[in-house]
Design a protein around this ligand. Structure first.
Ligand code: SF4
Length: 334
């Protein structure tokens, strides 16, 4: 299984409950950013630019826990910044799992992992999403930290030995070659990785270094190769989203499926673009015209292929088309 069965069942039950209650715009994933501070300064990171004035801010533990309750999403992705720098990361993780029964994913650059695993044992509700942007040379250039690739590989081995679920998240930039992606996927497979997510580098509204991002043709070429490899390796992008990345089909966006809460409030309308920060989850909904963003009328949506917006659409449309649904089932159980 590329995604834990328990997580898929819980997600399916939650979606059925929301539909039965007549809700259309409900979240599947909470991107919880308790801080924006980081111990790396990666190329292409929008957070450390957008929040540089408030980079030292930290969310109180009770606010972080309450935001998960407030929105009700079954999956909580704790990111940032570097979430392992958050002083309450261990109690936050434990309480989300034990008290709220959320599926928690820690999105980390791995540098502080040894300390964390002493405090939080493996659980079927816990997984790690490790930042790895290619093989040694590319990754260490993107993260601007010599030796970072070796740390990630060492930490994946340690986590697997201790029985944790581990996946990787790789941003594909213009300079990332297809042969390098293949080499990385094969290496991670030998380490027993549970899943690999590969996404195109996306252009935050606050960033200006345009030439690192894939152009349309380059994206198609690289993701045709990724889609071919997804038959044999544990790539967790859905086949429908991969078709979208290769340019063979179009999708509408569902930004309400992945909502972002950070020390400034609920960020809207999506992970990528910011119209404002709202005090409550309800205010975010009242302030956002979801249909406008669903149909990608905004100029900032024009070239966007952001994983969270479009995989949300794929999840919500599961079951509507027999052929697509069968492809998805085959993909996840293989
Ligand atoms: S298309 Fe992209 S930028 Fe527009 S709402 Fe969706 S995720 Fe945000």
């Amino acid at each position: 299984m590329r995604i834990p069965l328990r997580q898929m069942m819980d997600l399916g039950r939650y979606i059925r409950r929301q539909r039965k209650a007549g809700n259309h715009y409900f979240p599947l994933v909470l991107m919880l950013e308790p801080l924006h501070a980081c111990n790396l300064a990666c190329v292409g990171c929008g957070r450390i630019v957008e929040y540089k004035e408030t980079i030292r801010d930290m969310m109180p533990l009770e606010d972080a826990l309450y935001s998960a309750e407030e929105c009700g999403a079954p999956l909580v992705s704790i990111c940032g910044g570097e979430p392992l720098m958050y002083k309450h990361i261990a109690p936050l993780t434990r309480r989300l799992i034990e008290e709220q029964k959320r599926h928690v994913m820690i999105c980390t650059n791995a540098i502080l992992l040894e300390r964390f695993v002493k405090q939080v044992p493996p659980s079927p509700y816990l997984s790690f999403n490790m930042h790895l942007d290619g093989m040694r040379e590319t990754n260490d250039r993107v993260t601007d930290r010599k030796g970072h690739f070796d740390i990630v590989i060492k930490m994946i081995k340690m986590l697997k030995e201790k029985g944790y679920r581990v996946q990787t998240n790789t941003t594909v930039f213009r300079e990332t070659t297809e042969s390098e992606l293949e080499e990385m996927i094969k290496l991670l497979t030998t380490l027993g990785i549970d899943g690999m997510l590969l996404t195109p580098g996306y252009h935050y509204q606050v960033l200006t270094n345009d030439d690192i991002y894939l152009k349309k043709d380059e994206m198609a070429q690289k993701f045709v190769k990724v889609r071919r490899m997804a038959d044999d390796y544990k790539i967790i992008n859905t086949p429908i989203y991969l078709d979208f990345l290769t340019g063979e089909r179009d999708l509408s966006c569902s930004p309400w499926t992945t909502v972002t809460r950070n020390p400034q409030g609920w960020k809207g309308p999506c992970y990528l673009i910011t119209n404002g920060h709202y005090k409550t989850f309800t205010e975010l909904h009242q302030a956002t015209d979801w249909e406008y963003y669903r149909t990608r009328q905004d100029f900032r949506c024009r070239d966007c292929k952001l994983h969270s917006g479009f995989e949300g659409t794929v999840a919500l449309e599961f079951g509507q088309n027999l052929k697509d649904s069968w492809r998805m089932v085959r993909h996840y159980v293989s």
